[in-house]
Design a protein around this ligand. Structure first.
Ligand code: NAD
Length: 483
C-alpha cells in the first residue's frame, strides 16, 4: 500500500528516485510504501513534479528512434540478465510492497526475465514483409516492402498485482519496437518499477527512450490526454480502462482489464486430483489478485461431488500468512478495504443462498481462502470480478451449459477446460467468447510470448511481446515501380 506524506516523513536522501528520461530525480511529495501484511515500511519514493513530467514527455517526443536493432536487443538482454542476477532481491521487494507471497514473487521475476529475453529476440527478428504485386496484371513490375513503424511515444499505466512483469510487458515491447515509453506504476507498488528503472539506466538507451514516474491518479488522468503521447497502454480495472478510452478516442489505446475466469471440468477428465490441485492453487494464488485467477468452476454432475471434496481439501491445505515466509501460499490483499469488500461479497452470496464449504473469515487485509457452492449466477462473486481468494463451484449437465454460463459473463479473458476430448477442445476455442482457451489446465496459464488479452468488458488489443509490438506499430508500405 502507499501513503502520501509531506517532506520530513523520511529523510530525502533515502527516497528511491524516480526517472525522468532515465535521469534520477526526487520531489518533496514523498510517498511511503508499506506492506499490506504488517504495515512495515518497504521504502519511500516521491511523486514526480509537473516540471519533471513535462521534461519526460518532451524528451519522449524528441527521442532518437533510429536506434539499431542490435542496440535495442542488447539493452533488453542486459535487463533480462540483470533481473536474473538480482532475482532474490527483486522478489523480496515485490513481496515487501505488495504482500505477494515470496514464492509467487520469485515466479514473477522468472517471467519478467523471460519477457525481456523474448523482446530482445523479437527486436532482432522484426523485419517486415516483402510483397510481390505482379499477381495482378495491372501491377506487373511492382514490388512492395511493408515494414512496421513505431506509432510514437507510449504512456504505460500498470496495476499493483504484478508490479514487475506487467511493467515489463509495457517497457520491453516498446523498446523492441522503437517506441519511447513513460511508465506510470501503480501507487501501491512503485518501488519495483523504479528498481527496473535502475537496470534500464545501465543500458545506455538514448535519453527520452524511457521514464518511470510515480504520480497521483489525477495527474495520470491529465497525462492521458497529452497529444505528444499518441499511444496509451493500460492494464488495470474495467471502469478506469474504458473511461480512458472514452476520453481519448483518437489515440491508440490498449486495455488489459479484469475478468471472472472459469474452469470447466468434463466427465472424461481422468485426473480429478490434479485438476483440483491446479484449481485450488490458481484460485487462491496472490490471494486471487490475478486477472485470470480461477473464480468459477463448472463441473459435470458425474464428477462434481468428488471434485468439490478434493478442491476443498486442497484449499484447506494452503498455508495463509506472512508473505515473506517461503512456505506461505496465500498472503494479504493489497489493503484492508479490498479484503473487507471481498468478505462482504461472500456474505451477500451467503444471504442469497450460497454455502461456505471452507473459509469466509478475515483478519485485517488477509481473507481466508474461501470456497462457495450454490452461489446464484447474479451474485457479485459470480457476475463481477472478485479479485480475491474466493472460488465458486457449480454442477452442470453438460459442456453446453458450462459454455453458456461462461459466455453469459460481461468479461472474457481466458477459460480453462479439463478434457481429453479433441472435439471439446476445438469447440471451446470456437464457441467461448474469450481471448484464450487453455485445454487441460486452469485459465490462469500464461506464457509471456503468447498473444494475451480480452474481449467484451475485459479489454481491447493484445499484449504478449510479439503481439504488443504489432500493437505499438503500424504498417508503412513502400511500393517500388519498374523493377
Ligand atoms: P486500477 O484500475 O485501480 O489501477 C491501475 C492503474 O491505473 C494504476 O496505476 C492507477 O494508479 C491508474 N489509474 C487510476 N485511475 C486513473 C485515471 N483516472 N487515469 C489514469 N490512470 C489511473 O487497477 P488495480 O487495482 O491497480 O489493478 C487491478 C485490476 O487490474 C483488476 O481489475 C485486474 O483484473 C486488472 N488486471 C488486468 C490484467 C490483464 O492483463 N488483463 C493484468 C493484471 C491486472
Amino acid at each position: 500500500g502507499c501513503v502520501t506524506r509531506g517532506i520530513g516523513a523520511a529523510a530525502a536522501g533515502e527516497t528511491t528516485p524516480y526517472r525522468v528520461a532515465g535521469r534520477p530525480a526526487s520531489s518533496k511529495d514523498i510517498v511511503e510504501v508499506r506492506s499490506p501484511y504488517d504495515g512495515k515500511l518497504a521504502g519511500t519514493t516521491s511523486n514526480a513534479t509537473a516540471a519533471d513530467i513535462e521534461d519526460a514527455v518532451a524528451a519522449a517526443a524528441t527521442a532518437d528512434r533510429a536506434l539499431p536493432a542490435h542496440a535495442r536487443a542488447a539493452a533488453l538482454d542486459h535487463v533480462s540478465r540483470r533481473l536474473a542476477e538480482r532475482a532474490a532481491e527483486v522478489a523480496a521487494l515485490v513481496t515487501a510492497e505488495s504482500g505477494k507471497p515470496v514464492k509467487w514473487a520469485a515466479a514473477e521475476v522468472t517471467r519478467a526475465v523471460s519477457t525481456f529475453r523474448w523482446a530482445a529476440e523479437e527486436a532482432r527478428r522484426d523485419s517486415g514483409e516483402l510483397q510481390r504485386l505482379d499477381t495482378d496484371p495491372a501491377s506487373t513490375g511492382r514490388l512492395a516492402l511493408v515494414r512496421r513503424a513505431p506509432r510514437g511515444p507510449v504512456l504505460g499505466i500498470t496495476p499493483f498485482n504484478f508490479p514487475l512483469n506487467l511493467v515489463a510487458h509495457k517497457v520491453a515491447p516498446a523498446i523492441a519496437a522503437g517506441c519511447p515509453i513513460i511508465v506510470k506504476p501503480a501507487p501501491a507498488t512503485p518501488l519495483t518499477a523504479l528498481l527496473l528503472g535502475e537496470l534500464l539506466a545501465e543500458t545506455g538507451l538514448p535519453e527520452g527512450a524511457w521514464s518511470v514516474l510515480p504520480m497521483t491518479n489525477a495527474t495520470a488522468a491529465e497525462l492521458v490526454a497529452d497529444p505528444r503521447l499518441p499511444v496509451v497502454s493500460f492494464t488495470g480495472s474495467v471502469p478506469v480502462g474504458w473511461s480512458i478510452r472514452d476520453r481519448v478516442p483518437r489515440k491508440h489505446v490498449t486495455l488489459e482489464l479484469g475478468g471472472n475466469a472459469a474452469a470447466v471440468v468434463c466427465p472424461d477428465w481422468t485426473d480429478l486430483a490434479g485438476a483440483a490441485r491446479r484449481i485450488a492453487t490458481f484460485a487462491m494464488y496472490q490471494a486471487g489478485q490475478s486477472c485470470i485467477s480461477v473464480q468459477r468452476v463448472y463441473a459435470h454432475r458425474a464428477v462434481y461431488a468428488e471434485l468439490a471434496d478434493r478442491v476443498v481439501a486442497e484449499v484447506r491445505a494452503l498455508r495463509t500468512g506472512d508473505p515473506t515466509d517461503p512456505a506461505t501460499d496465500v498472503g494479504p490483499l493489497i489493503d484492508e478495504a479490498a479484503a473487507g469488500r471481498v468478505q462482504s461479497w461472500v456474505q451477500e452470496a451467503v444471504a442469497a443462498g450460497a454455502r461456505i464449504l471452507t473459509g469466509g473469515e478475515r483478519d485485517g487485509a488477509t481473507m481466508a481462502p474461501t470456497v462457495l457452492a450454490g452461489a446464484p449466477d447474479d451474485c457479485r462473486v459470480n457476475a463481477d470480478e472478485v479479485f480475491g481468494p474466493v472460488l465458486t463451484l457449480a454442477p452442470v449437465d453438460d459442456v453446453d451449459e458450462a459454455f453458456a454460463r461462461i459466455n453469459a459473463s460481461r468479461f472474457g479473458l481466458q477459460a480453462g477446460v479439463f478434457t481429453h476430448d479433441l472435439r471439446t477442445a476445438f469447440r471451446a476455442s470456437a464457441d467461448l467468447d474469450v481471448g484464450g482457451v487453455i485445454v487441460g489446465d486452469v485459465p490462469s496459464y500464461r506464457a509471456d510470448q503468447l498473444p494475451y488479452g480480452g474481449v467484451k468488458d475485459s479489454g481491447t488489443g493484445r499484449e504478449g511481446v510479439r503481439a504488443a509490438m504489432d500493437d505499438l506499430t503500424e504498417a508503412r508500405t513502400l511500393v517500388l515501380t519498374g523493377i
